[in-house]
Design a protein around this ligand. Structure first.
Ligand SMILES: [Zn+2]
Ligand SMILES: [Zn+2]
Length: 379
């Protein structure tokens, strides 16, 4: 960061002439500089590097140190002046800090000081009371609260459960016997889906099996890439402190640059693929398998639940050579309770024993709710 010296100005209190900071006497009337403050050259409140002092002698004067004030005649003298140019007093015994008389004021401050003689501006009117924004928030709060409340209420109704006294109104049961037969089953498919135990395998010609992805040249594909495209630059802010001698020391104002990046569309060749159909042999075959052959059911309501009789199931009747049969049982139970408000509640008994206990008109306390299955409360 560059450091540089900028020359300031002062205004003669006798003739109002403006003088460069380097002079300690007025260039118009010859009066010695006393308490007159230094200010920035008009229009340059923020000095730039271009306004720096380049002359070697002036740089030496700027960096020599603060001016001193003669205690005998009051004039201001350069630090490198050994004796007062006005009265000849020596710096060693006559010097007081010149800053005691003249503090540095900036260009902006000088304008302010000149305007200080004008009558003070009227005080700003008080800001309007924030009633409108408070009112808006009040309504927003009401809306949010009512939405939250209705969601909570809906959830409560969905998950609420009640215990009601109800009696058995309807009852249904179904006992089903599924008969599976071990028999010759015809199958077809590709080789990989054919069971190892298959027999009478007959090839039936080629069929479409799947598509292979096969390389088929290349195609052009667009893509974007971040590439450097010049620079973005900005100057660092300048800050200054007065030397109390008609100059000030400034730093900053140097250029900082960073690489700028742009998106650029580019193209590249990428492999292209095409679908190539693959055909394989299709087979038919025969195989010994367990297959569902038939089912027989008994259904009822309040009568005693029973299973289909052996005569009705007729196991192994009509089986061919090598064939055999086996059975599998399925039971379905269903009860409808009616409470005192004539509302119906569906119930699934756990087993046959429970179903038998739920005769017509049997009373139970049941727990019901919208999102749950009906359950019977323990006694
Ligand atoms: Zn003057
Ligand atoms: Zn003097």
């Amino acid at each position: 960061m560059p450091v540089f010296q900028v020359e300031m100005w002062w205004r003669c209190s006798a003739c109002q002439a403006e003088n460069l900071g380097r002079f300690k006497g007025c260039q118009a009337c010859g009066k010695a500089k006393e308490g007159e403050p230094f200010y920035d050259a008009p229009g340059t409140a923020v000095p730039s590097y271009e306004q720096r002092v380049t002359d070697a002698a002036l740089i030496a004067q700027a960096t020599a140190g603060a001016d001193w004030a003669c205690r005998y005649c009051g004039s201001h003298q350069r630090r490198d002046n050994g004796t007062c140019a006005e009265c000849g007093a020596g710096q060693g015994e006559a010097a007081r800090p010149a800053t005691y008389f003249s503090s540095y004021i900036g260009d902006a401050n000088r304008a302010k000081a000149e305007a200080a003689s004008a009558p003070p501006p009227l005080p700003a009117p008080p800001p309007p009371a924030p009633f409108v924004s408070w009112f808006k928030h009040y309504w927003l709060l009401l809306v949010v609260a009512s939405v939250v409340l209705s969601i909570a209420g809906g959830l409560y109704l969905l998950f609420r459960t009640r215990v009601v006294t109800a009696e058995v109104l309807e009852r249904t049961w179904e006992h089903k016997v599924l008969v599976e037969r071990y028999m010759v089953v015809e199958g077809q498919g590709f080789a990989e889906s054919r069971p190892a135990s298959a027999f009478e395998i007959v090839p039936r010609g080629q069929r479409f099996h799947h598509n292979d992805k096969v390389r088929d040249g290349t195609e052009r594909e667009a893509y974007t890439e971040r590439v450097a495209c010049g620079q973005t630059c900005s100057k660092t802010p300048v800050s200054c402190t007065t030397n109390n001698n008609g100059f000030k020391t400034c730093s900053g104002g140097d250029q900082r640059c960073s690489t700028k990046y742009c998106s650029e569309t580019r193209y590249r060749e990428v492999p292209r693929y095409k679908d190539v159909p693959v055909y394989r042999e299709w087979y038919t075959w025969k195989n010994w398998e367990w297959k569902l052959h038939r089912s027989v059911s008994e259904v009822g309501s309040f009568d005693e639940p029973r299973w289909p009789s052996d005569a009705k199931v007729a196991l192994n009747q009509g089986v061919g050579p090598g064939e055999k049969e086996r059975t599998r049982n399925e039971a379905k139970y269903h009860v409808v309770f009616e409470d005192r408000e004539k509302k119906l509640h569906e119930y699934t008994p756990k087993d046959l024993e429970e179903l038998k206990r739920l005769k017509k008109g049997t009373q139970r306390k049941v727990r019901v709710g919208i999102l749950r299955e009906t359950t019977i409360e323990p006694f």
